[in-house]
Design a protein around this ligand. Structure first.
Ligand code: NAP
Length: 273
């Protein structure tokens, strides 16, 4: 199964649902008429349908019936209710892809007893600008080509890694939640610039482009982050003075704890807490 000619249904058109819809259409992977969405808020759904030219489905079972690939993009806490609602509409012809943080395929299979072709993935919101990173969990019960379909779908909006499902909570804690951490880094760097006399817009451009450029350098050249740091930090210079301040603030310890805390929260969500 390749994505070409398949209808994709987004059940939930919130932050990540919209990011995926926009990214997919921008990437030209599927035409807008082959994309549909359903959502609890009719006015938001109408606005998304208008903005992107996709179809709005009045209810979740209709969306499932009318789609070949269904992306479950609602909060983990309401996944059980949504699964109960769509169960009568699901059969073997449907490929179900869940984005819900922490909700295991074991739990989803209990909630969707007729589903065989089920894939759990963890994308992130830079899908909006085709710079997502998505982890796709290997799964049993798939048809030949299903994993490739998921890779094609999420590959259109960024990079894809294929992992065992056990790794997905850590992925959630790192790259799923990561855009929020990086946004705080950018905002803080810009605040520093403003504190030292730069205007806000200039400081924001400098901060965001520095993060983007450094990330690109690491990804495209394979440079180790430590090497990149050493390239900038000359003896007795400005950068090492700044790094010393970061270390005083426990920046490494704090980021490691952030990923750990978010991973543990993902595991809790998986247990319905
Ligand atoms: N945001 C991210 O960066 C991100 C990244 C990776 C994975 N995820 C996962 O993606 C899922 C969605 O996250 P999100 O941030 O996009 O959440 P969100 O912004 O709250 O989007 C979910 C959307 O689904 C709607 N909804 C609620 N109940 C529904 C129902 N019964 N049927 C249809 N639609 C319903 C919500 O409407 P209301 O607002 O009215 O409730 C909302 O518009 C979560 O499971 C999350 O773990 C998110």
């Amino acid at each position: 199964m390749t994505i070409k000619g398949k209808r994709i249904g987004f059940l939930g058109a919130g932050n990540i649902g919209e990011a995926m819809i926009r990214g997919l259409l921008q990437a030209g992977l599927v035409p807008a008429q082959d994309v549909a969405a359903s959502d609890a808020r009719p006015e938001r759904l109408a606005q998304i349908a208008r903005q992107y030219g996709i179809r709005a489905c009045a209810d979740n079972p209709t969306l499932v019936r009318e789609s070949h690939v269904i992306v479950l993009a609602v909060k983990p806490q309401i996944m059980a209710a949504v699964c109960a609602e769509i169960t009568p509409a699901v059969d073997r012809s449907k490929l179900i892809i869940s984005l819900a943080a922490g909700v295991s395929t074991t739990t989803l299979r209990q909630q969707l007893p007729h589903v065989e072709r089920l894939i759990r993935v963890m994308p992130n919101t830079p899908a909006l600008v085709l710079e997502a990173v998505t982890a796709i969990a290997r799964a049993d019960g798939l048809e030949g080509g299903d994993l490739e379909t998921a890779q094609e779908l999420f590959g259109a909006v960024g990079r894809v890694v294929v992992l065992d499902e056990e790794a997905l909570d850590a992925v959630t804690g790192l790259s799923g939640s990561g855009p929020a951490y990086v946004a705080i880094v950018i905002e803080s760097l810009a605040d520093g610039g403003v504190k030292m006399g730069l205007d806000r817009a200039t400081a924001m451009t400098l901060a965001a482009q520095t993060v983007l450029g450094s990330a690109k350098l690491i990804l495209e050249t394979g440079t180790h982050p430590g090497q990149l740091k050493d390239m900038v930090a000359s003896p007795g210079g400005t950068t090492i003075a700044g790094i010393a301040a970061l270390e005083e603030g426990g920046v490494r310890r704090t980021f490691i704890s952030a990923v750990e805390r978010a991973t543990l929260r993902s595991r809790e969500l998986g247990k319905g807490r």
